[in-house]
Design a protein around this ligand. Sequence first.
Ligand code: TYM
Length: 338
Amino acid sequence: MRIVSGIQPTGNLHLGNYLGAIRNWVAMQDEWTARGATCLYFLADLHAISMPHDPAGLGANTREMVAALVSCGIDPDRSILFNQAQVPAHAELQWLLNGTARMGWLNRMTQWKDKAGKNREGASVALFTYPVLQAADVLLYQATHVPVGEDQKQHLELARDIAQKFNNDFASEDAPVFTLPDPIIPPEAARIMSLRDGSAKMSKSDPSDMSRINLVDDADTIMQKVKKAKTDPEPLPSEAEGLEGRPEARNLVGIYATMAGTDVAGVLAQFGGQGFGQFKPALGDLLVSKLAPMAARYRELREDRAALDAILARGAEKARALAVPTLDAAYAALGLVR
Ligand code: TYM
């Protein structure tokens, strides 16, 4: 079993990242490394340059994201934690896969359409080919499982299509070059929504900080954001069906369920019939109690730049070694003389 996933080092880790992906990274590390599986988690710094960015901030954000991941429970002794820029095989394999990926496939990517908007001519080539790099990220390590939020599902399907076509075109059936990876998406937290708009996902790029809860938010800020979260005037239903057509209520219940380690039915059994005046303080308290210890660890870790750099250097060394066989096989399959 090979578990691989990445996160862009742009700004703070928010609750959507944590519940949609990072919690599963930690759970899979805790459950599977003891049984011999390998977990590789990386900072997608090469992806971060596909949009306008501040070079001075990228290094700081990369180190801060390492501190955030470690404070959430990623253990650099059990997982391989690194940044793409220190493992050139990611960019190399992307180029090799560019020969297999089709323009039509990339044109259909919703993230490309959303991020490029009406200005496709002005978007970077990197933004367009971004999903090919993402395919390289996982195929390079023969990933079997990729824990992500729902918004990355389409990119993962593309990675499978690329792997399949490459195997068909350049490998024999009994010796495929790439493994087809499966996405692992948490059912209750697949898509954590903005606190201000139940139809938009919680995101670092939302201009309103009130729309998201960040790992670094203090207790007062968290309580305030939950109190101000958009809701409707109805009390919570007793059954999950009663959340139909109530996206904001569904979102808050989903957050509570994932944070408390239960499911929507369990939360509604407890809070059904109660109004948000009662539910929101309970949700705020739960978030504060779960996030505060991680935030405290984060504030401590982020100060030790040398330790964070050492984690990345050690992770990159292991990742570079693991990448060799697949990269070699891909070059050879394509007939490239090295
Ligand atoms: P990124 O940095 O946008 O997000 C990191 C992870 O957080 C999940 N996520 C969410 N889950 C639920 N609700 C939300 N509101 C929410 N917002 C973010 C994302 O699904 C993701 O799992 N392209 C990727 C990074 C990447 C990658 C990869 C991921 C690069 N290469 C290879 C997996 C495998 C990205 O920008 O994620």
